[in-house]
Design a protein around this ligand. Structure first.
Ligand SMILES: Nc1ncnc2c1ncn2[C@@H]1O[C@H](COP(=O)(O)OP(=O)(O)OP(=O)(O)O)[C@@H](O)[C@H]1O
Length: 790
């Protein structure tokens, strides 16, 4: 039962692609700047035509599966395409959003990955047709009577050109479709210990008035109008709980499941405050920090939609978009600033008139991520620069409860609002798992391909652990004839946004992504999330599967679980509120797909080769451009224009800092058994380092240990702690007594008698003996005496 939801599809505010409605927003300008994004390649037009041809004929696998009623592929270049004046199929080269490209070879159009895949597919198709014709000719020679039959077949093969490709790359074997997967309910093993009560360390307002409506919340008319325009009928539980507390100006630490409307829960009270108490001068009063650029764009878009009937101004400052435009927008003092930490610090250091001392409200969306080690230094810097008298609000679906983790934002009497526990998945999510046996790890690609071809053909997000994996899956699935895109950190910002847009506009059916797309993204209509491998932590899992089953809708996640990932699966089953399912694919289907993938390996290689060639070309062109730019910069510098931007932390610095921190902890851990044990435990709990970082850390660790050891050996030792020097191997023969000097004897003799004598000073006989000796040498006994005491 849905208790809340939108008023209906296609209503106002449906545009969540980040297209702003009002001017003055940096995103609008910068996306506009990206307009030049490469021309639309001819290959794409051909592809669209082929697809239309296939649908018209009612043939083709996809057409059949969709009941022949599938709409033709959306016209490329619609929506954003018109605004940006670019063919969406063409990915913009890196840096396009940040600087105008010089007019020279770099403007040479690059082909997209999809075009390369299509090229390889076409080539393969020609080869196969030729092979088929050759085979037919052989048969013809053998049997003259079948001549007419052969002609028919050739005719057919010419006409059904497209069908050939489909059957080769997709599925010629009908059993693959007819044989269904088995789905069983997974038994839940309840923890005997029982659930640990959450530590209650500040005021708790997790209980909310279920009958509260937006009208009861004392929100201004412009906000109520915007809420209606967005199609929100009832507030969601987190909105019911948070908005009244937020309006009181209290600090909040909130947790609610994915897709339950946390963005509106923190933006609405803030907008109300800004409308109620208008600014005297143009200053930034609200700062919203988010971990990823795409999320920044989305939060900015939601904020603009909610503020559309008020005079509140907003600004977006995230990486990958034009710096100069953002600087200009910041100088105008927007009321609300939405930013990623890195770009914000960049502006704070390089834009003299911009500061955070006027910030009245600080919001951390995905707060647990913002407070983890990755952003630690940047967050310290930002919080240092913010006003002390501010309201702070923290939101996440996996909100931490550890006081020490929250300490850095110095919350003042914060109110804890946990509508869900921090391991709860979205309420209408159906979770499925596919077991990968230890010796069948190589089946993952085949299983995912089978799922996407047979069961979940569209509106799917496929999460992989690495960028390389994501890229390979894009190629592989593309070669199978599926409409795929990829989203990860190896792409330029323009390419990332383009992939997202194509997925939202249903130009592609499957988006292969890394964890960069796991948090916060609200893409309407995602039906299925597939995990190629389980993520590192349950938190990551909750966010990944949270890309579906949003806003009261149903969704499904299918995760492949290897032997090593079973522990996480057990934890998920334990905390699940609805039964978790186990899906089993028929073995012969998996085998069929394995075979298909093996046959496609050559084509994958061909696509990779095309990519490499193109990359090399682009690199040399980029070098030429760089040299050109340097020449120009030289001229500008001499004209006094070349001002360098200063950076808070370079990537290298951040890496070094991370390493230094780990080493510091290790150093501490060396000092005691207890600390060492704790350190080891903490290390296990922490998010894993990359293999390179781990090996570097291990090297540094051993170096450090050696240094400590050397230092310890160099340290001056106490006489009594000195180890006895090992006597050299004594020569054979009678033992000779070692001659000990008086000096040695006196200094090393620690017997009670000798010490007493030392304290009492030299005896009369000694003094006499030494005095005589001194006088003989012509010295003064008193001043030169070895017994002289201080
Ligand atoms: N009161 C409401 N009624 C109907 N739909 C709503 C309401 N509030 C928010 N939504 C919609 O719910 C969807 C999810 O909202 P939002 O992105 O804020 O979720 P979230 O809790 O921040 O998710 P995540 O944890 O993944 O970041 C959005 O499409 C939003 O428009």
């Amino acid at each position: 039962m849905r208790r809340w939801g939108r008023a209906g599809p296609g209503e106002a505010g449906a545009d969540r692609a980040g297209t702003p409605r009002r001017g003055g927003c940096s995103f609008a300008v910068t996306t506009g700047a990206a307009a030049g994004a490469g021309p639309q390649a001819a290959g794409l037009g051909r592809r669209a035509l082929q697809r239309r041809f296939r649908l018209r004929r009612g043939g083709g696998r996809r057409g059949r599966r969709l009941g022949g009623g599938a709409a033709p592929a959306p016209r490329q270049g619609e929506a954003w395409g018109r605004e940006r004046g670019a063919g969406p199929g063409a990915a913009a080269p890196a840096g396009l959003l940040t600087a105008p490209l010089p007019s020279s070879p770099a403007q040479r159009p690059a082909t997209t990955l999809d075009e390369k895949i299509e090229k390889v597919r076409q080539k393969r198709k020609v080869q196969e047709r030729e092979a088929k014709q050759a085979k037919a000719r052989d048969e013809d020679a053998e049997n003259e009577d079948n001549k007419t039959k052969r002609e028919e077949s050739e005719d057919f093969s010419r006409n059904e050109e497209e069908e050939d490709v489909e059957s080769q790359y997709s599925l010629d074997d009908e059993t693959i479709f007819t044989k269904a997967d088995t789905v069983k309910v997974k038994e839940r093993k309840r923890s005997k210990k029982g659930e640990k009560e959450a530590e209650r360390f500040f005021e708790d307002a997790s209980q909310y008035d279920d009958n509260l409506s937006f009208q009861d919340m004392n929100l201004s008319r412009p906000l109520l109008k915007a809420i209606t325009a967005l199609g929100f009928k009832q507030p969601t539980p987190i909105q019911k709980a948070c908005i009244p507390v937020g309006l009181l100006g209290k600090d909040i630490c909130a947790c609610a499941a994915t897709g339950t409307g946390k963005t509106a829960a923190f933006i609405l009270p803030v907008l109300e405050r800004l409308i109620y108490k208008p600014r005297q001068a143009p200053i930034t009063r609200v700062l919203v920090l988010v971990p990823t650029r795409e999320l920044g764009i989305q939060v900015h878009s939601v904020t603009k939609q909610l503020a559309q009937f008020s005079s509140v101004t907003t600004c977006l400052a995230v990486g990958g978009l034009d710096v100069k435009t953002q600087e200009a927008a910041l100088r105008s003092g927007p009321d609300i600033l939405i930013a990623t930490p890195g770009r914000l610090i960049d502006h704070l250091h390089n834009c003299p008139s911009f500061h955070l001392s006027s910030v009245e409200v600080l919001i951390l969306d995905e707060a647990d991520r913002m407070l983890d080690e990755y952003f630690e230094e940047q967050m310290k810097e930002i919080i240092r620069l913010c006003s002390h008298h501010r309201q702070t609000m923290l939101f996440s679906a996996t909100m931490t409860e550890e006081v020490k983790d929250l300490a850095s934002v110095s919350l003042k009497n914060p109110v804890r609002i946990f509508v869900n526990s921090n391991t709860d998945v979205a309420p209408f999510l159906r979770q499925e798992f596919i077991r990968i046996r230890p010796n069948r790890e190589g089946d993952r690609e085949a299983i995912v391909s089978a799922l996407l071809t047979r069961t979940f053909p569209d509106h799917v997000m496929l999460f992989t652990q690495t960028k390389k994996q994501a890229h390979r899956m894009h190629i592989l699935l593309g070669l199978m004839g599926l409409r795929v895109g990829e989203l990860h950190g190896n792409l330029s910002q323009a390419q990332r946004l383009e992939a997202l847009r194509r997925f939202k506009d249903e130009q592609i059916d499957i988006l292969v992504a890394t964890d960069v797309a796991a948090r916060g993204l609200d893409i309407e209509g995602v039906k299925t999330v597939i995990n190629f491998t389980m993520p590192n932590t349950i938190k990551h899992y909750v966010h990944r599967v949270g890309r579906t089953a949003r806003a009261g809708r149903a969704g499904r996640s299918v995760s492949l679980v290897g032997e090593e990932e079973r522990k996480m699966l057990k934890d998920i089953v334990k905390t699940a509120k609805t039964p978790v399912k186990a899906r089993i694919l028929p073995q012969d289907v998996i085998l069929k797909f394995r075979e298909k993938i093996e046959n496609l390996e050559k084509d994958v290689y061909a696509v990779l080769c095309l990519e490499r060639e193109e990359r090399e070309m682009q690199q040399s062109e980029a070098q030429i451009n760089k040299a050109k730019k340097q020449l120009e910069a030289g001229k500008q510098e001499s004209a006094g224009e070349g001002l360098e931007r200063s950076w808070f932390q370079t990537r290298e610095e951040r890496k070094k800092e991370k390493m230094a921190k780990a080493l510091q902890e290790f150093d501490l851990a060396l000092r005691g058994k207890k600390k060492r044990k704790k350190f080891m435990k903490d290390q296990q709990k922490k998010v894993q380092m990359t293999p390179e970082e781990r090996s570097q850390f291990e090297i540094l660790k051993s170096q450090m240990y050696a240094e400590r050891l050397a230092k310890r050996n160099r340290r001056a030792k106490r006489a009594r702690a000195l180890p006895e020097e090992e006597p050299a191997a004594a020569p054979a023969g009678p033992k000779r007594k070692k001659k000990v000097s008086v000096f040695d004897e006196e200094l090393t003799n620690t017997s009670r008698k000798a010490l007493k004598q030392y304290r009492a000073g030299p005896s009369f006989e000694d003094r006499k003996r030494l005095g005589m000796a001194q006088r003989r040498k012509g010295g003064n006994f008193k001043s030169k005496s070895r017994y002289k005491r201080k």
